[in-house]
Design a protein around this ligand. Structure first.
Ligand SMILES: Cc1ncc(COP(=O)(O)O)c(C=O)c1O
Length: 418
């Protein structure tokens, strides 16, 4: 069969395809795999009990369930949920938000290709613009949402952290960064997947100022961040204004299966997300919003983020780091300071085994991780560092994490003879 040039954006070597296939394989496999590669959130009993209760309430209340699953909604998403969310964001954070500033989509992933297409490529005035990723490593899921040449990304500044030899941190390298008419938007995830970095309030304010100065949006990917699910181990302020497109998700609350993303933006952008929903999926799914409406209205959602989700991941990350110290503490390895999210970013400086090779060796032993080289979309220069890092998730069952880490340590040790 002949396929159009569009088919070229789907490559069997693409990281996101590999990741989702590994996830599916691990879920279906009867053998003892250790899934440290995927982005699945943890099964947190304290959250699952609430989701079950909410589903029960839907089933028990009049014909709510039938109405949710039996109707297409409008292309903006369920108005009842949108209204409650707008009220929460207004009251809790003082943001000037109405229902016209919010649209629902089928997972925040689906909003990125719309947003990146809207702000990159050819413009009616004859210019061609790119999406600026001001810091890499950055989320693998941005790859191939548009033509790869539509990204321009920056290397980070590597900061040594004197308190602990194991940790380092990436900062945005503002020196030499020129934000001008070459760009149609700036995009950053906070916390960052894969590194667990949290771009500071100051860094974010600087990006927002630069964006506003040339009238382009700052796309802020808050899949793990603020206001929910709030998986942050460091101080950070939730931020939004008319020039910021905040992409949120229900996935990392523990609901990836309902595929619900939320875009908070000015009216013009929301209209485009609506059109895109209508064209590509008629209307976004309604089950996720329906499960959340009461929790948003009562503000229980924010309490659950603070008191159930955050402590759960904080404990997980502490235990995983202890494991790394035990199993690899004598090797010259480094970890990005975990400031949020559900991943650890491990750096093996000068290791003789490259990360893509390490990925294959580990997979053969039943341990799924992600090779770090996938996380540099738009970085044109060759950089050894991209071949020395891997991402692991600490959200899986802890027995899997623990067995997986031991095997990772054994393989890494082979890359540091003596
Ligand atoms: C940083 C980041 N943004 C967005 C997404 C997309 O999430 P979803 O489409 O489930 O909302 C993910 C998924 O893992 C992610 O890690």
């Amino acid at each position: 069969m002949n396929f159009s040039s569009f088919s070229r954006i789907f490559s069997p070597d693409d990281g996101i395809l590999q990741l989702m296939e590994d996830l599916g394989e691990a879920l279906e496999s009867k053998s003892d795999t250790m899934m440290l590669g995927g982005g699945n959130p943890a099964f947190i009993p304290g959250m699952q009990a609430h989701f079950r209760q909410q589903m029960q309430a839907l089933l028990d209340t009049g014909n709510e369930f039938e109405s949710i699953v039996g109707n297409y909604g409008g292309p903006q998403g369920q108005q009842g949920f949108i209204d409650q969310l707008a009220e929460m964001l207004q009251q809790e954070y003082g943001w000037s938000i109405t229902r016209d500033n919010i649209a629902i989509c089928n997972g925040s992933q689906s909003s990125f290709s719309t947003l990146f297409q809207l702000f990159s490529g050819p413009f009616p005035d004859g210019s061609t613009k790119k999406i600026l990723l001001p810091i890499t490593p950055e989320y693998i899921g941005y790859n191939n949402t548009v033509d790869p040449s539509c990204f321009y990304s920056m290397k980070p500044e590597i900061q040594e952290l004197p308190d602990d030899d194991l940790f380092f941190k990436y900062n945005i390298q503002f020196r030499g960064m020129e934000i001008d008419e070459r760009y149609g938007a700036i995009c950053v995830s906070r916390p960052t997947n894969p590194t667990g970095n949290v771009v500071s309030d100051q860094e974010l304010a600087r990006l927002a100022e630069h964006a506003k100065a040339i009238d382009i949006p700052l796309i802020l990917d808050g899949a793990y961040g603020l206001p929910f699910p709030g998986i942050l181990f460091t101080d950070a302020t939730p931020i939004w204004n008319e020039n910021i497109i905040l992409c949120l998700s229900l996935s990392k609350l523990g609901l990836p299966g309902v595929r619900t993303g939320i875009v908070v933006a000015n009216h013009e952008v929301i209209d485009y997300v609506k059109y895109s929903n209508a064209v590509f999926s008629l209307s976004p799914g309604a089950v996720g919003p329906a499960l959340m409406t009461r929790l948003v209205k009562s503000r229980e959602l924010l309490g659950l983020c603070r008191n159930v989700i955050l402590p759960y991941y904080q404990d997980r990350v502490n235990r995983t780091i202890s494991l790394i110290r035990e199993t690899m503490g004598d090797l010259p390895i480094r970890i990005h300071k975990p400031e949020g999210g559900i991943f650890l970013w491990l750096w093996f400086p000068d290791c003789s085994i490259e990360n893509s090779d390490l990925y294959r060796r580990l997979k053969q032993r039943g341990v799924f991780v992600l090779s770090g080289h996938h996380f540099f979309p738009g970085l044109s220069e060759s950089w050894q560092h991209t071949r020395e890092c891997i991402r692991i998730s600490y959200a899986a069952d802890f027995d899997q994490v623990s067995r997986g880490m031991k095997i990772i340590a054994e393989e890494i040790r082979k890359g540091y003879p003596n």
